[in-house]
Design a protein around this ligand. Sequence first.
Ligand code: SAM
Length: 181
Amino acid sequence: MLVVLRLGHRPSRDKRATTHVALTARALGADEVWVSTKDGMLERTINDLVTRFGGGFIVRTGVKWRDAIKSWKGSVVHLTMYGQHLQEALRELERMNEQDMLIIVGAEKVPREVYELAHLNVSIGNQPHSEIAALAVFLYAALGDAPLYRKLNSRLTVIPNPRGKTVVDEGRSGSDDYSRP
Ligand code: SAM
């Protein structure tokens, strides 16, 4: 089980970023996203996408982050530019050999306690960038590309196509060619 915990979500400011954290988590192999602030709109947006594009991805908001971290049974990885080198962290995770992983990303300043509760504080490079980029790189490094084209039981399936768009919609397929972006 792989869960992404998004801290510090402010519904008015972070709607788009947190939606992208959730979509990235889902597309790159996480099972669930937990958000520390209650946000019904965010839940509806993600659930609607899951209805169309499939899979069993779960979104929970209003999650008590401290309890969630303390009661987590597997490894806890906090992504922060101040953390240890990614490759070193991947080796440690391999040694820990846990089935389940909780990956924490922030929005605004992350409380000091999170750094202490996490088993690993991991940097994706030593420059500040974004929680979405950090999550994507970490998931790709940890899981590889297996999740990217996995077959989900879905109403809509996008088939890779070097030029046009091929979308299978409940058994009916259509294809458009686009020679220009
Ligand atoms: N200033 C905030 C702080 O001191 O915690 C960080 C804000 S940053 C826009 C939001 C999140 O992006 C961070 O909490 C972290 O999870 C992630 N992030 C940004 N750059 C990162 C990096 N180089 N490596 C790992 N995570 C990063």
